[in-house]
Design a protein around this ligand. Sequence first.
Ligand code: SF4
Ligand code: SF4
Length: 524
Amino acid sequence: MAQHLSAVARARLAAQRIHHFHGGLRLRHNKKISCEVPLERIPPSERLFVPLLQHGYSDAARSLVEPGQAVLKGEPIGSYSEPDTGYVHAPTSGKVIALEVRPIAHPSGLDGECVVIEPDGEERWSWLEPIEDWQHADPATLGERIRTAGLVGLGGAVFPTAKKVEGAQARGVHTLILNGAECEPYISCDEMLMREQPEKLILGARVLRRATAAERVIIAIEDQMGVVQRMLDSALKTCGDGEVEIVRVTTIYPEGGERQLVQVLTGLEVPSGGLPLDLGLLCLNVGTAAAAADAVIEGRPLIERIVTVSGSGITRPRNLIALLGTPIHELVERCGGYRGDVQRLVLGGPMMGYALPTDAAPVVKAANCILALTADDLRSPQPEMPCIRCGECMRVCPAVLLPQQLHWQVTNQQWEEAEEYGLMDCIECGCCDFVCPSQIPLADWFRYGKGVLVNRASEKRAADHARHRFAARQERLDRLRRNRQDRIAEKKRQLKQSSEGRRKVAEALERARKSRGEDEGRSP
Ligand code: SF4
Ligand code: SF4
């Protein structure tokens, strides 16, 4: 505890001033266009297509339902093989009419299995039990609720929240950082959440503080979110507990990245290959905190999320609350449909998002933003040119890497060197792409390179495992052989001993017999 208190004191001192991270870009925000109208809840679609593959941290969930089966709103319909990953839940009540492979929103671009639900319009809940006395609940109980409610990081990373919370419980954290620094252009779902549901966020912050035993909570917002600051300040007065504070950080991309935000707030650097947990910190998105309040206080699993629908290809950009499984074209229609020459539909922001194959893909837990980009938004494709070693990419890289060097290593498959130069620390922010005068798609190369390193690591693990198994088997066989040889030797020794013994007995008997004969010869 003493160690934690001093860590808190250090973090408090460090947070009294805002620090800076290396590099980054000042980008046009383009958020105002989607923040002018209030949040609106979109009614359930005629068909919901709930993907069983919701994130990239595990395989797809296994369906728990069959076609023809009735489901209640919030009922688990898919479970993951990794227990920490929780469940996928039915977004509304109705009937499962099919399990089918359809286009989904996933970075791989591949189709995925979906549970197709026909809503009955009755919205009949299968409630989880609210945890009434959550202020005094055991942290393990809260962690378990976060798991069963299927919570994931709603900032787009969709890492299972229960894993992070369990890590914090096991290792201990002094500060919980709630990330509202939504630094990527166009995305405004977190800003709208903080403006319109600030009490829910504050309650979620308190729930997570209880679950992680953190001593303080920082909600980080951008310095241009004046309305948000006022709304949160007023919510703190009504439902805060004195341990939640709001900190405004400079608006610079990618300040909302976990590592960058930790550095800005504390001046501390998350070690290469490490986690904020290594510094006694846990970082979660503000949307995740609000979902934690829903799960614990209301007993509602994660079945909906706020989605920004924006871009110059959208008639009336805004933020919508949509059930998971709602086809994306229905969100676009709710925003007045497309306008202009839409060239690309993106899930996420313009820097880190990925292109969607079709607007028939449904809303998933990762869907923080749907962006319709026209030709004017996109840089006209230029031929890729050789690197001129200008160093611009290095200047803007927030991970303090040498992108030009990494590019050389990845394109030449120098994997050991790329690993040594920190390829796995690349956060794929795209800053280097943005400034590269040679139009080299650096972030794409690094995404590919990281995939290769992950595969190599898992192949190495598999090979090491096979080698250990082989060595263990050899050792076992050797041991068995040695045991057998020892047993045979012992047997022989015993046999030898016993034949020797028999011979000695026979000799003794013979001597005795002879001695008796001599005695009889001497008798009168
Ligand atoms: S910005 Fe592009 S051209 Fe300049 S050093 Fe980096 S990779 Fe090379
Ligand atoms: S994509 Fe990777 S290498 Fe490029 S600037 Fe971002 S962190 Fe640095």
